[in-house]
Design a protein around this ligand. Structure first.
Ligand code: SF4
Ligand code: SF4
Length: 184
């Protein structure tokens, strides 16, 4: 896990380790600042607690259905649920998407793109046993239905993830669950 170098450079959230000055310097100047949407501790350092609190609130903790000594289930990497989980799983918790999200700025209850993306990876994990609780967690007042789907998070994610697509999946899954239909 890395991503701790995330900052705002010339108004854009990004990983500074992957930012070449000559590619971002506008008019020969570079301005650096802390990530948006998080409390500033000092200078460029932000308090990440609100970001991770939302992971917990979105049900971002894996709840195993098996015990330590059970045989590991064999899953085809091509099954649709596994592919959806894999597409969302490579998040490194850098909070760049969280800083880019205008709904996070406007709604202090919103869970944000990274926490919802994590929830989507677990909704698609057939080894996880907390599907119903997680769908309830992501459909509340600060949940997935607040997202406007304009993809600011996907545009800025330095890891190439698409939290917007994950959130669309959550919107569908929560509606299916509310209608009593099968989600997985
Ligand atoms: S698409 Fe949704 S989660 Fe992504 S930046 Fe926009 S409102 Fe935030
Ligand atoms: S989804 Fe992308 S931008 Fe957001 S925390 Fe994960 S790696 Fe960072």
């Amino acid at each position: 896990m890395c991503g701790s170098c995330a900052m705002t450079v010339n108004g854009v959230p990004r990983w500074t380790c992957r930012t070449h000055v000559d590619k971002v310097a506008g008019d020969g100047a570079v301005t650096v600042g802390p990530l948006r949407n998080l409390p500033v501790i000092k200078d460029l350092t932000v308090d990440m607690d609100p970001f991770f609190d939302r992971w917990t609130a979105a049900g971002g903790v894996f709840e195993p259905t098996g015990a330590r000594d059970d045989a590991v289930p064999v899953l085809s990497p091509g099954m649709p649920a596994r592919r959806a989980a894999d597409a969302a799983i490579k998040c490194i918790n850098c909070a760049v998407c969280y800083a880019a999200c205008d709904v996070v700025s406007a709604n202090p209850d919103y869970l944000g793109p990274a926490a919802l993306n994590r929830a989507w990876s677990l909704v698609n994990d057939v080894k996880d046993g907390a599907l119903d609780a997680r769908l309830t967690a992501v459909s509340g007042a600060g949940g997935c239905h607040n997202c406007h789907s304009q993809q600011g998070c996907a545009v800025h994610c330095p890891n190439g993830l698409n939290p917007t697509a994950a959130i669309v999946g959550l919107k569908r899954a929560t509606v299916r669950a509310a209608l009593g239909r099968k989600v997985r």
